[in-house]
Design a binder for this molecule. Structure first.
Ligand SMILES: [Zn+2]
Length: 249
């Protein structure tokens, strides 16, 4: 599939970023067969967003085959694919309700699900977790996310926090830009991986509260910087490109 008809330059750039992001997730092993989603708002007044076609692995997602959908999940334009209802709901809820929510990412990584399923949740006991303190929300498990009425409760749980632990389920990040959202999720994922690995070594060494606060303040400046996040993202795209450039079409 090639560039869709009537696709603006801005939409094509969004498609490039999102398709590249799917391939980065594949490279990092953050995939779940044909499940899970990353979504990105299409620039413009409509609340349309781009999302992966249901049935494709992340390694098969390309700029041209991404679906453009409205908040009700209707596909805009021609495509042989449909959207996965269970995965679509949380993304539509956030894109629809939060003006600044342009990108939503959700994963079922083993480390993310393990921390989400642990009674303690994310422990502020490593370099990455300490950066996220105060920016992590928790949403209790209500089963598979196919029921629209969960949306309001999810929004209340999330508030303005960009890193979300979906209890018993997985991780989610959202933000105003794709690279910043990716960086938020990467830090959360790393924090979870280290917590899981460290669990075999006995009780974690807690970080004193004043050091946590200092770390949060310092990290927020860097971790929300769009230029810095873009540099990270572009470096990962170059890594993808050295293996497979098919996502650009
Ligand atoms: Zn999920």
């Amino acid at each position: 599939m090639a560039r869709p008809a009537n696709c603006s330059d801005a939409e094509w750039q969004a498609r490039q970023d999102l398709a590249g992001c799917y391939r980065i997730f594949h490279l990092l092993g953050w995939t779940e067969m044909i499940y899970n989603h990353i979504s990105l708002r299409v620039p413009g007044p409509e609340r349309h967003f781009l999302i992966n076609p249901f049935g494709l692995h992340y390694s098969e997602v390309c700029a041209g085959n991404l679906l453009k959908v409205d908040l009700a999940g209707r596909v805009i334009g021609d495509s042989p694919y449909q959207v996965n209802a269970a995965g679509f709901h949380p993304h539509a809820t956030l894109h629809g309700a939060i003006d600044d929510c342009h990108c939503v990412m959700h994963t079922h990584t083993t480390a993310g699900m393990a921390v989400a399923s642990s009674a303690a949740g994310l422990q502020i006991s490593n370099f990455y977790a300490a950066q996220l303190g105060g920016r992590v929300a928790y949403h209790d498990f209500e089963g598979i996310t196919v029921h629209a009425d969960e949306g309001q409760r999810m929004l209340k749980s999330i508030g303005d926090k960009p890193a979300v632990i979906l209890r018993n389920h997985g991780l989610l990040a959202w933000g105003p830009r794709l690279p910043v959202t990716f960086y938020t999720l990467w830090i959360l994922q790393r924090a979870c991986e280290i917590q899981c690995a460290g669990a075999a070594l006995g009780p974690a060494l807690e970080i004193p509260r004043e050091i946590q606060l200092k770390c949060q303040a310092d990290a927020k400046v860097v971790n929300t910087n769009p230029d810095f996040a873009r540099e990270n993202f572009d470096a990962m795209l170059r890594l993808v490109d050295r293996q497979d450039r098919s996502w650009r079409d």
